[in-house]
Design a protein around this ligand. Structure first.
Ligand code: HSE
Length: 442
């Protein structure tokens, strides 16, 4: 059979990895795919650098539209990123009848509904294994491996930059700002780390997994997103003393009234496997009614790990190119006419348990006052820890201070918000209250 012809848009870190792995493992890949897969055309603004990567025999252009205009190209790999030109090129490639492979989580999380509809109408595939958790085959697992299941929840460490920062904060007892600078110096964090540290990158990936797990449209705009910038070394230390680790988790759950879709720092029992995922590694836990809890672990970024996912998609396309579009695996796992309209729940409706840290005046009756407020709100306390505050005296108050750490049982987020507002207003509560959600992931 004629080799499938691929055009690559953007030959940076992942593009170079894709080109090199495809070349290195071509024989093995052909044995699996049943036909050759060849990158015959590359588009990149830096033509000279692109030529130095691909060598002779591959057409290199600086205009990605030349790939779309080439009738010999069957598949386009989009590795440009972002929502701007990448969106236009993906839609144009689909309109030209070409399959698309992309690592662009932001594009699909925000514009997925439009892009998947265009691809279905044209009978082409949009494959995106590389968009979520890099080299971990989590899309394949959710869309095919777990297809027998009613998936109940997914929780994942799906951003390596933030997991690296949290691991360093814990290991070295340092605050966020100090570790971020070090991570940037070492190349673990980008010069502009906004998408990573604010949880946006994780929310893009979670949005895609949620859609595939529950058969709902991609709805990034309804995700609750909170990053790690407010976390202090003290919280990591106290969590440890209580038997927990703090991780930035993407969590999506099927509830009776809707779907939870949230990214935020989270206490996880230290004994859970996912709590022990360190450094820049990623991991996803998925729970299905038949299979129970499953765990997927690996590199969430990097040249060849991400190339591994891109090429897996190319092989799928090579195998399924000749199949009837209706017989292929649907983009979001469920048939487009069988999507659920279960709403994404507002964060106030989400139920969780909580870690609270309060700097309070160390005097009689303070604990009673604040536990009274929690009791009034129907919030059940699980554990209380009192530790001497780092700065023992507040000269303005002339009174000793102490840190109170409270773990609660599960309650509604809106009830917790009201209780926190009342506790914060007490004159004996001296600093803003730190609140971190807690998941047992049992
Ligand atoms: N910046 C991401 C991370 C990788 O830190 O995991 C690409 O999504």
């Amino acid at each position: 059979m004629k080799p499938i012809q691929v055009g690559l848009m953007g030959i940076g870190v992942v593009g170079s990895g894709t080109f090199n792995v495809l070349k290195r493992n071509q024989d093995e890949i052909v044995r699996r795919a049943g036909r050759g897969i060849e990158i015959t055309m590359v588009a990149d603004l830096d033509v000279e650098r692109a030529k130095s990567v691909v060598g002779e025999g591959v057409a290199v252009v600086n205009d990605a539209r030349a790939i779309i205009a080439n009738p010999d190209i069957d598949v386009v790999i989009e590795l440009i990123g972002g929502y701007g030109i990448a969106k236009a090129l993906v839609l144009e490639a689909i309109a030209a009848g070409k399959h698309v492979v992309t690592a662009n989580k932001a594009l699909l999380a925000v514009h997925g509904t439009e892009i998947f509809a265009a691809a279905s109408a044209k009978g082409v595939m949009v494959a995106f294994e590389a968009a979520v958790a890099g080299g971990i085959p989590i899309i394949k697992a959710l869309r095919e491996g777990l297809t027998a299941n009613r998936i109940q929840w997914i929780a994942g460490i799906i951003n390596g930059t933030t997991n690296f920062i949290l691991s360093e904060m814990r290991d070295k007892g340092l605050d966020f700002d100090v570790v971020l600078k070090e991570a940037q110096r070492l190349g673990y964090a980008e010069a502009d780390p906004t998408f990573d540290i604010q949880g946006i990158d994780a929310a893009h990936k979670l949005t895609l997994m949620s859609a595939m797990a529950f058969g709902i449209p991609v709805q990034f705009d309804k995700a609750y997103v909170e990053g790690i910038t407010q976390l202090g070394a003290a919280d990591i230390k106290y969590a440890e003393q209580l038997g927990y680790r703090i991780k930035l988790l993407g969590i999506t759950k099927r509830m009776e009234t809707g779907i939870e879709l949230r990214v935020h720092p989270c206490l996880v029992p230290a004994k859970r496997l996912i709590a022990n995922v360190e450094g820049a590694m990623n991991a996803v836990v998925a729970h299905g009614d038949a299979v129970g809890t499953t765990l997927y672990y690996g590199k969430g970024a990097g040249s060849e790990p991400t190339a591994s996912a891109v090429i897996a998609d190319l092989v799928d396309i090579a195998r399924l190119d000749s199949a009837e579009a209706a017989q292929r695996v649907p983009h979001l796992a469920f048939q487009p006419d069988a999507m659920s309209d279960l709403p994404i729940l507002p964060m106030g409706e989400v139920r969780s348990s909580y870690y609270l840290r309060l700097r309070v005046a160390d005097q009689a009756g303070v604990l009673a006052q604040l536990t009274g407020i929690l009791a009034q709100a129907g919030i059940n306390i699980d554990a209380v820890l009192q530790r001497e505050a780092d700065e023992v005296q507040d000269p303005a108050l002339g009174a000793a201070q102490t840190d109170l750490v409270i773990l609660t049982h599960e309650c509604k987020e809106s009830d917790m918000n009201n209780a926190i507002a009342q506790v914060q207003a007490l004159p004996t509560v001296l600093q803003p209250i730190a609140r971190i959600r807690k998941e047992e992931l049992a």
